[in-house]
Design a protein around this ligand. Structure first.
Ligand code: ZN
Length: 147
């Protein structure tokens, strides 16, 4: 897809995916027996994200998030939880790095299938003040799996 018309269509589709995750967050809540957790705040925007993980045999068996904030921060957390299950901490780190590259404007990363629906946040790269909103869920996740 190239050209302004398809760019606008893709942008509208991405907007819908973001709103869907914001309104119907996946994996929101708390785990009964987390093995790790981390909370992060983004004072620039007032976002708060807490991530809880349950590790089993070196992989993420389950993950939940809580918190509040703007649609980008909450949608990013929801999308992140869908991408990390079954992964090792190293894989979570690699995926988080790829996501961060996309959020900082890397066009190749924005097309990476490994990022799934999180690619809907690629447009955030055009709004530097919102970059942190998109990244805090991933940063919290990386801290949670290290503990
Ligand atoms: Zn925010």
């Amino acid at each position: 897809m190239t050209g302004p018309a398809s760019d606008a269509r893709l942008s509208a589709l991405y907007q819908e995916v973001i709103l869907d995750h914001y309104r119907r967050p996946r994996n929101r809540g708390a785990l009964a027996e987390p093995t790790g957790s981390a909370s992060l705040r983004n004072p620039l925007c007032g976002d708060e994200i807490e991530v809880q993980v349950a590790m089993h045999e070196g992989k993420v068996a389950d993950v939940k998030f809580g918190g509040r904030g703007c649609s980008i921060s909450q949608a990013s957390a929801s999308m992140m939880t869908e991408l990390v299950k079954g992964r090792t901490p190293d894989e979570v780190h690699a995926l988080g790095e790829r996501f961060a590259e996309m959020i900082r404007g890397d066009a190749e990363a924005a097309k990476d299938q490994a990022l799934g629906q999180a690619r809907a946040l690629s447009g955030v790269s055009r709004f530097p003040t919102r970059v942190r909103c998109a990244l805090i869920a991933w940063e919290a996740m990386e801290r949670a799996v290290k503990r």
